[in-house]
Design a protein around this ligand. Sequence first.
Ligand SMILES: [Zn+2]
Length: 494
Amino acid sequence: MSSQPEPEVHVAGQQSPSGTPEGVDGGTRCDGDPGGCGCEDGGRYGGGGADGGKGGGGRPRRGGPGAGSAGGSGDGSGDRPGGGPSGPGERGRLRSAAAACTSLMALVATSLVAGPAVAKDAVSPCALPRTSAHHSLGLDTWNPAYPRPVRALDAVMVFLSFPDAEPHHTPERLAADHFPATSGFFERSSYGRFSLRPHPLRRWVEMPKESTAYGISRDWDAERRGSYLRDAFAAADAAVDFSRYDIVYLVADPDAPGVDSDATKVVNFDRPPRVDGVGIRRVVTVFERHPPDRNVLAHETGHVFDLPDLYHRPVDGRGDWDTHVGDWDVMGSQFGMAPDLFGWHKWKLGWLDGRAVRCVTGPELITLEPIAAPAPGGGLGTRLAVVRTGPGSALAVEARGAVGNDDGLCTEGVLIYRVRSDAASGSGPVEVVDTHPGSEACWDRSVYPELADAPLGVGETVTLAEERVRVEVTDRTPSGAWTVRIRSADDTPR
Ligand SMILES: [Zn+2]
């Protein structure tokens, strides 16, 4: 089934139907884009979705039973030898936990000894600085160009029909493709701190031109995309008071002939068009089929909150998209088995506060509650442990259990990942550490089986040679939390 999580794009100078473009938004500005569209975040062909035909074969396998092995050889991705699981070492992997990286500096050894104390209310020393990278994962400050989802936000859904097609479905039915599922995802992920309130229009808004006139596609021509957006705002203006909403979803008739489900994306305006007296900074343009990709709107909406793409777009479009984070965050794949947002993302968004995040500056024994577990009564416990490893880098440690949004995950345990705040969206801001580099799991369901068993289990220890950090899972509590010892690899002889 189709459609990649969008390549986000920036559009400069979209004229509003009735107003003048505002100034450039420095917070989301991206340079160097001919035609006014910069910052293609590297849309993927389906996140390993079931539709192998999408994107001219660029979409990697998976999505349905058997797709893992069958698709591996069939999609030409090259990183998954066909026919089934293969032995370790045949493919390029993430830097593995067990890799013999002996020449790297012991950054953490220093911080573990001399790191600053944790200040509860001040910015944590583990909060990486936000950089100019698109959707930087630095979180010492919030980019004010984006709404922060720490309150209820209102989203309007505008359903666009075209003169060349009679819609097969009602707006109500298409709204039900995404809601309440998407609201539920965020409600759970945020521990109830954020409510996404959808306001779907009850009727179709007809565009002035035929669907085929706009050239809708994944790598959309900027001028024709601009035409689409101008027409959409003009057509919807009478029916929608845009000043009432924080988020705009423009949902195209999925059955119109010119609609391409791979074109679903977030469009950021360098100069927000003014409609109903407000500048609209970005819109989510939805071209999903009916039914759509699971969790696709959660992924897109994540961009509205300044979250980056975590997948890796192969240069030639034919490699594997999921090498960086596999199933472990919806910003990596909307098809992921464990789609809850990383603890780092939740920290950035404000759903984890300083009490739930432990900045590790010395040897510590920490009890980590599963990141996706609810927090009845509001008590989160500790959800995320962070070791600062450099000016713009950190190691994050969190527990992933089969609960909440992660209900369908493959392997429970303690997940470790590297975060870089200077890496732009789609350029690997997060890399999951595979603590079992010699094995794979859940071939039938995982978007990237190599990382499906990435977590560390009880009784296991991993030494991260690059960072000189050792993580040991010592126990699991009766309530389902994991007890983790984090220390410098140099503290004890090997
Ligand atoms: Zn995306």
